[in-house]
Design a binder for this molecule. Structure first.
Ligand SMILES: Cc1ncc(COP(=O)(O)O)c(C=O)c1O
Length: 465
């Protein structure tokens, strides 16, 4: 027994040492690992990640918002094993295969076939690149070559490749690369926390839409598209807004002939309570008594959860009218964009297994019950005198820590992360914003454990300041 323990601990420290020697970890100032431990994961099961010593961590942020149905999910595993023996990969230019066809059909059906065509890539940022390029090119093909500019929101995050970074407004990620980036228009965000005295979230939304309209009045003939993270701007700190904003922007984009891109990379796949966040916004001006119709963007980017958190898969869904703008005898009017692993069959099969779980387990309704329990379990923490703007949408919870001291604020996230690990939780606040984005499989016991320990971690970290 002792020997085993020593062996696994040796494995643990050996893995960390070798990783720090040879792996350049993402989004990390590597020097910080001189003081902050790196965790070597040996396996995952359900909502938990384990190290080789058997120490466990509840993956309360779904491993960067990707995992929906737990680690080593038996149904997704079975689908992948079956697919492995059929076809691991084939190029998608000139060839096609069943998983990509089925996935495209099933996703289109979930939009009532409004977004009838799917273009595939791998990571989220590549889907954003595709949507931006497609929008520009569609306008050019239609004779509007001057439409070359993009609009994004204050605090927006759309990924870190150069095109995506150009429509990202997070200084920490973008400032070092400023000279390489094409300037985008940055307009007011509808963040409900910005409500002035007496204002509702809908008022903030309306105010933000009005400021977008001002820009469109002046520049619409040069603007190709507005890109938005619908309902929750995650990376800036889980900034949530009223769905009215999306309805108003849809109407503005129609009026001023500008494309609307919804980046649902983080918020799609049930995360906000509906399969697509877009479904929570309804068409403006619906007649009284008539059934309100959801609005749809011109381009919808999906990634992260679509493969259940198993494999890199991203895609852009778009309308038939956009598709038709490229359909021509002239090859140069086609969308000549590709990635080697476009539409990878394994990734598509993981996505099909993921969609099947949504239907078979009635996941969206089950999450409503789960979310109610989680919100109730977090109620004492929401009342904490140092908690500000407690908020929730679907399966996302967030609040801001009230810390005035700037030195303490700078260290808050790191301290919280380290303390959370000691409490068997994987939680990584964004600045002073603590958030939970767990997989959709937590049982009652795990919900209560997560809420109680998040409160304990917060108490221990805030007590320092
Ligand atoms: C809204 C949004 N868009 C794009 C991306 C980029 O996705 P990826 O990291 O897979 O490139 C992210 C990643 O967090 C995101 O949250």
């Amino acid at each position: 027994m002792k020997t085993n323990k020593t062996a696994t601990s040796d494995w643990q420290s050996d893995m960390v040492k070798r990783s720090l020697h040879s792996v350049w970890h993402p989004c990390t100032q590597m020097q910080q690992h001189e003081t902050v431990p790196l965790v070597a994961v040996s396996h995952g099961r359900g909502a938990w990640l384990y190290d080789a010593d058997g120490k466990r961590y509840l993956d309360a942020i779904s491993s960067w918002w990707v995992n929906l149905f737990g680690h080593a999910n038996p149904r997704i595993n079975a689908a992948l094993k079956d697919q492995l023996d059929r076809l691991e990969h084939a190029m998608l230019a000139g060839f096609t295969h069943e998983p990509v066809v089925q996935l495209s059909e099933q996703l289109a059906a979930r939009t009532g076939n409004v977004l009838g065509h799917c273009f595939y890539a791998s990571d989220g940022a590549s889907a954003v690149e595709i949507a931006l390029k497609m929008s520009f090119h569609a306008w050019r093909n239609a004779g509007y070559g001057d439409k070359q500019e993009f609009v994004c929101l204050k605090g927006s995050y759309h990924g870190e490749t150069l095109g995506a970074l150009a429509v990202t407004d997070v200084a920490l990620f973008r400032d070092a690369y400023g000279p390489l980036l094409r300037q985008a228009h940055v307009v007011a965000a509808p963040d409900a926390r910005g409500a002035r005295d007496g204002e509702s979230a809908a008022d903030v939304a309306h105010r933000a839409a009005a400021s977008l309209e001002k820009l469109l009045q002046q520049r619409a003939s040069h603007i190709a598209a507005v890109i938005i993270e619908p309902l929750v701007q995650c990376a800036t700190g889980m900034a949530m807004h009223d769905p009215l904003y999306l309805s108003e922007v849809r109407a503005l984009c129609d009026r001023y002939k500008v494309h609307l891109i919804f980046d649902e990379i983080a918020v799609g796949c049930g995360r906000t309570g509906t399969f697509f966040a877009s479904e929570q916004a309804t068409e403006k001006g619906t007649e009284e008594g008539a059934t309100a119709q959801p609005i749809w963007p011109d381009f919808l980017c999906l990634s992260k959860g679509i493969s259940g958190g198993y494999l890199p898969l991203s895609l852009v869904m778009t309308r038939d009218s956009i598709y038709q703008a490229f359909y021509d005898h002239d090859v140069r009017r086609g969308f000549l964009h590709s990635h080697s692993y476009t539409g990878n069959p394994l990734a598509c099969r993981a996505a099909l297994a993921t969609l099947a779980i949504f239907d078979e387990d009635d996941v969206l309704n089950a999450n409503r019950v789960r979310a109610q329990r989680m919100t109730a379990a977090l109620a004492p923490l929401a009342q904490h005198p140092k908690v500000r703007h407690f908020r929730q949408r679907g399966m996302i919870w967030a609040f801001d820590a009230a810390i005035d001291n700037s030195a303490a604020a700078a260290k808050f996230s790191q301290r919280f992360f380290s303390s959370a690990l000691e409490h068997e939780l994987l939680l990584r606040p964004i600045g002073k914003t603590v958030y939970l984005m767990p997989p959709f499989i937590l049982d009652d016991e795990e919900i209560d454990l997560l809420a109680a320990r998040t409160a304990a971690v917060f108490e221990s970290v805030i007590a320092h300041d």
